[in-house]
Design a protein. Structure first.
Length: 341
């Protein structure tokens, strides 16, 4: 390939990356319209009928539906007719993976304004989210009724493959009692306990966050082995347990806030206890990794960050922990295991 051909190919790739943004906007529009819910299984719908239901113009809606065939949500089913694909079925409200909730939360009005202020974080170190909304992410979730539940659904969808992968990759069988610190509705804990029947669990998070936990834990068949406690990990965590699991907690906060969390965990855990951090541990060098993109979201929204294995060691050692190993899983996350130094 000549130099000019290489340059043309590079420019074409950049255009494709730009168009990916448009695809995200199409996904958002379909999610906010609950479009997938308008279809009954594989039965086709006409653009004309859908336009009448939505109160939209027929031709413009037809063009939108046609564009959705280009990203795989819909397929043509004859003149003016479309049907849902398997990908489209996953966008139904309540479908496994909570994709609709995730699309709305991660592309919609909660996060979109923060991207406009992306450079604010580069200049000041403060999240663009706070500049856009005048409050932190977690204040926003607490002050907006129903958003905590919506956010929990989003996290279940975004991290959907991780809990079973963690439960499979890490051997929890030697742990008698496991505290899921900041465990929200208990999705991770439910997967771990359902695979390891000898482990008992404690789910710990803010009162409004654990409100949805009983039903989810019951669906995993582990409700009888879980104690639900509410509180803030910035103040304390349940004492006297064998292991403390922090799944996507450390990446939410800056070093000072993490020092408080780690201090509370260290003081609470049994002397020979383990700290288990589940995060997207970044690879060194140029290798592509989902965590590098998530790192930008962490900088933009809550003000946290993703880290390499070496950077986790640098965070933990001054706070009284020693990394013993990093266990990869069959997903984007790894388990960073640490003990008291």
């Amino acid at each position: 390939m000549t130099t000019s051909e290489q340059e043309a190919a590079a420019a074409s790739r950049l255009m494709e990356m730009t168009i990916d943004h448009w695809r995200g906007e199409l996904l958002l529009q379909a999610a906010e319209m609950s479009l997938a819910d308008k279809f009954d299984g594989d039965s086709p719908r006409t653009a004309k009928d859908l336009a009448a239901e939505y109160g939209m113009r027929h031709r413009e809606l037809y063009r939108f539906l046609r564009a959705l065939t280009g990203i795989g949500l819909l397929a043509f089913a004859g003149k003016d007719s479309f049907r849902l694909t398997d990908l489209g079925q996953a966008m139904r409200t309540g479908a496994p993976g909570a994709a609709r909730s995730a699309v709305i939360a991660l592309i919609g009005d909660m996060v979109k304004p923060a991207w406009i202020d992306f450079d604010h974080g580069l200049v000041t170190g403060d999240p663009g989210f706070e500049k856009a909304h005048g409050q932190s992410l977690f204040e926003y979730l607490q002050k907006n009724p129903g958003m905590a539940t919506f956010f929990s659904e989003t996290m279940v969808g975004f991290h959907g493959r991780e809990p079973p992968a963690v439960a499979e990759a890490y051997d929890f069988s030697g742990i008698g009692s496991l505290v899921d610190v900041g465990g929200a509705s208990g999705n991770m804990l439910g997967h771990v306990l359902s695979r390891h029947p000898n482990v008992k669990g404690v789910l710990y998070d803010l009162p409004h966050v654990v409100a949805d936990a009983p039903a989810l834990l019951a669906s995993h068949g582990v409700a009888d082995r879980v104690t639900i406690e509410s509180g803030s990990f910035f103040e304390s965590v349940p004492k006297g347990h064998d292991a403390y699991l922090l799944s996507h907690i450390i990446h939410d906060w800056d070093d000072g806030e993490n020092a408080t969390i780690l201090k509370n965990v260290r003081e609470a855990m049994n002397p020979d206890g383990k700290l288990l951090i589940v995060e997207m541990v970044l690879p060194e060098g140029d290798a592509p990794h989902m965590g590098k993109m998530l790192d930008m979201m962490m900088m933009l929204v809550p003000g946290g960050e993703e880290r390499t294995a070496a950077e986790y060691a640098e965070l933990l050692e001054p706070n009284g922990f020693r990394v013993t190993r990093v266990v990869p899983t069959d997903s984007a996350v790894s388990v960073v295991e640490a003990v008291r130094a």
